[in-house]
Write a protein that binds this ligand. Structure first.
Ligand SMILES: C[S@@+](CC[C@H](N)C(=O)[O-])C[C@H]1O[C@@H](n2cnc3c(N)ncnc32)[C@H](O)[C@@H]1O
Length: 197
């Protein structure tokens, strides 16, 4: 479907490493026990597969068929990757949405987040890490889109997740070590939000 992403996922070393994202791993206790999790733009399943290993029932969605083939080749019980475009994928009811470096143009992001948020059951959580605009403004070389409109801000996520209770909503500097494409100082945005009961 997408030559850019298929090309990246055809490279031998996993583009973003084979370990879960650090923010996700640090906050996994917030995900409802044994819950159903949807991982947006899950790539080769480093995050979704890791969650399945912790007892969650995980669906990873990504539009790259190469990534999805790699994800399903992991053969993790409780993990299933689907090749679909999130712009028109029908979200099932779920207990958590995990969005790790899932950057989209503004109109796509707003619509995807709206449908993801609507699909969450009460008490469910929305966990996101991506780059903030400072990544471009400071000319960081640790990855991400160069179009600032595709990067995340607190005002944006407060608008995308109406009624959310935010446990984390931060822009911060970190040091990434996630495969060959996320390496070095980085300006990231993180959210952990709960949908009220
Ligand atoms: C930076 S990678 C992140 C992969 C994974 N979340 C991770 O952190 O390892 C972004 C992913 O978004 C996927 N993607 C881009 N646009 C998409 C869309 N409209 N629907 C589904 N996946 C999409 C790409 O195929 C790619 O795998």
């Amino acid at each position: 479907m997408d030559p850019f992403w298929n090309g990246r996922w055809n490279e031998a070393p996993p583009a973003y490493g084979d370990q879960p994202n650090v923010f996700l791993a640090a906050h996994v206790a917030a995900v409802p026990v044994a819950g159903e999790v949807v991982c947006l733009a899950d790539g080769d399943g480093r995050n979704g597969g890791w969650l399945a290993g912790r007892g969650f029932s995980v669906t990873g969605v990504d539009s790259s068929e190469v990534a999805v083939a790699r994800a399903n080749a992991r053969g993790r019980n409780g993990y299933h990757a689907i090749c679909a475009d999130l712009r028109d994928w029908p979200f099932p009811p779920c207990d958590a949405i995990v969005s790790i470096y899932a950057h989209f143009p503004p109109s796509v992001r707003a619509a995807v987040h709206a449908r993801a948020w609507a699909s969450l059951r009460p008490g469910g959580v929305f966990l996101l890490e991506g780059f903030s605009p400072a990544q471009v403004l400071l000319e960081r070389t640790s990855g991400g889109p160069k179009d600032v409109a595709m990067l995340f801000t607190a005002a944006m996520l407060r608008g995308d997740l109406p009624g959310a209770v935010f446990e984390v909503i931060d822009e911060t500097t970190t040091s990434l070590s996630e495969g060959p494409y996320h390496v070095g100082p980085a300006e990231v945005f993180r959210v952990l939000a709960q949908k009220p009961h």
